[in-house]
Ligand binder design. Structure first.
Ligand SMILES: NC(=O)c1ccc[n+]([C@@H]2O[C@H](COP(=O)([O-])OP(=O)(O)OC[C@H]3O[C@@H](n4cnc5c(N)ncnc54)[C@H](O)[C@@H]3O)[C@@H](O)[C@H]2O)c1
Length: 418
């Protein structure tokens, strides 16, 4: 380490989180060794390209590689700090799969040296950084770690969650506040120093377990609040009241801020992370558990509503597959579940319009559905189901939807019935 910071940093896992982090660090003048087991990602990065689309990222990667500040490899090499940003998915039974974190820990263990800092960024159950520390201690008995040696440890360990949003990742990486949780004071200090090389927001210190819980809390909070809106949408349907109007009017209250309902909750954060709490809380998280179930029940509710509206033999046009407007991200998307379930019933002809993706999900293979352009769908469908509020769908006029029955799961077409 030199003066106010680090010279050589390794980022392990070069996906949506790791690559922007590596590129930003490298553009701050640090030497960054990116590690990924995906050869396609490694070659793309070494050619100066990002292997996925994110605004501003390509230029940062290009610049860093050209200036020889960033290179990608498939196996960790010696560095002063290791930032781990590998996937932390959930299994079918909704328990966390920490296999990638363990594999990353095993891969850096042989190259660790005294004075190193290891930071876990992956969204993780409480206690994961301690698990990583225990794993490293077992693999490297010649080094000391904070759980035994406290402030005298050879290797420092910290947990620093990420909260950037796709589409604004590079900006938010720099502007957002960061929570830094260390297993010792020296760990927090060292990790804070690293983040301060590029973060303009506040860098707030705490311990590792608290930092892990903060990240999970943020997404569980969002999930519970969206569940309230989704439940409200069902209740309002029952009472024959427009939920969008109810929310708009209720939000005139100075201390009420209800979120928007939709066809469910998608993306690989909000729909996944609350399970890391529920799984380990031994029954102490019934509200979060119910919220997950409410949000997961919404696609089936939308399917039932649309089936009530459609006559036998009608063509139903489903608008959108992404989990959120104006993206191509299909991960955990409730729109995909809705389309799949509608097609499985085989009662109607299903056409799908999704301008942002090139290939339909593999889950659709063998299902009785077709892809269409917006124009074709408007020409053929009797029923239109709005699943994602992409701009091109929101902009449709009453004339374009004239004579069709439609179900708007996002409240994007309220102006049409005004
Ligand atoms: N994407 C987001 O918006 C976001 C936001 C906040 C937090 N997170 C969390 O950050 C973590 C990473 O998410 P992501 O979206 O970047 O995932 P990702 O799938 O885009 O990237 C992970 C990368 O890790 C690589 N990898 C897997 N095992 C490895 C190993 N042993 N060694 C080296 N590389 C390995 C994969 O090949 C992949 O390129 C997850 O825990 C996620 O929950 C993601």
């Amino acid at each position: 380490m030199s003066g106010d910071g680090f010279e050589v940093v390794s980022v392990v896992g070069l996906g949506y989180i790791g690559l922007p982090t590596a590129a930003v660090l490298a553009n701050r003048g640090l030497e960054v060794i990116g590690v990924d087991i995906n050869e396609r990602a490694v070659s793309a990065i070494n050619e100066g390209r990002a292997h996925f689309f994110e605004p501003e990222l390509e230029a940062l990667v290009h610049n860093a590689v050209r200036n020889k500040k960033l290179r990608a490899v498939n196996k960790p090499e010696a560095a002063q700090a290791y930032v781990i940003a590998v996937p932390t998915p959930i299994s079918e039974s909704k328990s966390p799969d920490l296999g990638y974190v363990k594999a990353a820990g095993a891969s850096i263990a042989p190259v660790l040296t005294s004075g190193n800092l290891v930071i876990l960024e992956s969204t993780s159950p409480v206690g994961t950084v301690e698990m990583l520390a225990a794993q490293l201690r077992e693999l490297r008995p010649d080094l000391t770690f904070p759980q035994d040696a406290g402030e005298d440890a050879d290797v420092l360990l910290a947990y620093c969650p990420e909260r950037i949003i796709p589409g604004r990742m590079v900006t938010e990486l720099i502007e957002n506040d960061r929570i830094v949780g260390g297993m010792s004071l020296k760990s927090v200090e060292a990790a804070s120093k690293l983040y301060k090389t590029f973060v303009r927001g506040a860098v707030v210190a705490t311990n590792g377990r608290t930092a892990e819980m903060v990240k999970l809390t943020e997404n569980a909070f969002r999930d519970v609040n969206i569940a309230f809106a989704n439940e409200l949408s069902k209740v309002c349907d029952k009472f024959g009241v427009d939920v969008w109007e109810v929310i708009e009017l209720a939000n005139h209250h100075p201390r009420v801020n209800i979120l928007q309902p939709g066809p469910g909750v998608g993306g690989h954060c909000i729909a996944v992370d609350p399970w890391f709490i529920i799984d380990a809380a031994e029954g102490q998280a019934p509200l979060m558990h119910t919220a997950r179930n409410v949000n997961d029940s919404k696609p089936a509710y939308v399917v039932d509503k649309v089936r009530e509206l459609a006559k036998p033999g009608d063509t139903i046009a489903c608008f959108g597959l992404a989990y959120k407007a104006n993206t191509d991200d299909l991960r955990e998307s409730p729109a995909v579940t809705v389309v799949e379930r509608l097609a499985e019933t085989n009662e109607h002809k299903i056409v799908v319009v999704e301008p942002n993706v090139e290939t339909l999900p593999s889950r659709f293979a063998g299902l009785n559905l077709a892809r269409a352009t917006l124009k074709e769908a408007l020409e053929t469908a009797q029923v239109v189901l709005l699943l994602v509020d992409h701009d091109e769908f929101k902009e449709l006029s009453a004339e374009q939807l004239a004579g069709k029955t439609y179900y708007d799961s996002r409240g994007a077409w309220r102006h049409l019935s005004a």
